[in-house]
Design a binder for this molecule. Sequence first.
Ligand code: NDP
Length: 282
Amino acid sequence: MKNSKVILLTGASSGIGYDTAIALAEEGHKVYAAARRIERMEPLRKYGVEPLMMDVTREDSMQQGVQAILAKEGRIDVLINNAGYGYFGAVETVPMEDARNQLEVNIFGLARLCQLVLPAMRAQHFGRIINTSSVAGKSVFYYGGWYHVSKYAVEALSDALRMELKPFGIDVVIIEPGAIKTNWGIIAADHLAQTSEGTAYQESGRVMAENLRNMYLSPWLSEPAVVRKAICRAVNARCPRTRYRIGRLSGAIVFFHWLLPTRWWDAMMRMMGFSSSVWRDR
Ligand code: NDP
């Protein structure tokens, strides 16, 4: 392929990242797919994807991964920071260690990988950083405090990077999905149920965790394919957009967050989070 790029993609062992790794490899790019559960990425080899064991909370792991790609390919053209998870729970009950880990994965790991690839990108005067944010970086949902902190930070850091890197010919793109049918929701719901247990938030946490599970099991959510397509566009476009907002509800959420007075927004979130009929029968 003429415009084949060397790509480091994190969060590739499941969901959006897994799908995206296949699509980019099928387009002819050289894809290094990174995550901790390397065994889950073995099937990607048949598409030509190279699985890479990487924990984005560990400095040595990130350094080794980036150096291995540079040693083999001599360059990294595109970094897709997609690794992330949602640690849901009331701010009062989420242990600080878990809050820190949420930020380690979703923002500090992302930032550190940018630092590690940038010298090579600057040297070739070309590069693209694609960060998976979320509509959760634009609006706040019940019991998502630390997750939202991390995604608002992804938005701000990406905006800063875009300005700083323009003179070096490096583009920065933000992907803002709405709710996408992956394991993300189940993981967030499990954390919420677990941290609420035995606290003042037990009952509301239980109800919302159940709603979150129903929501993520519902066929109404968008499939990872919609995000995959946006990421592929961001990789291949000569002049990519700065933001790709995709998935059902994503536009509506951002619009209503902008439109509604704050307490109306809070009430709408309350209705969506705790009214058990909202997702159950869908
Ligand atoms: P999944 O749970 O399916 O995938 C999450 C990925 O992140 C996995 O590959 C996991 O790999 C990786 N990951 C988690 N912790 C670490 C770590 N410490 N080091 C390296 N990799 C890690 O969820 P999605 O595909 O949905 O999530 C992908 C991104 O999309 C995330 O950033 C998420 O916040 C964002 N997003 C998701 C939405 C949704 O509704 N699904 C909506 C908006 C944004 P492993 O555990 O093997 O390391």
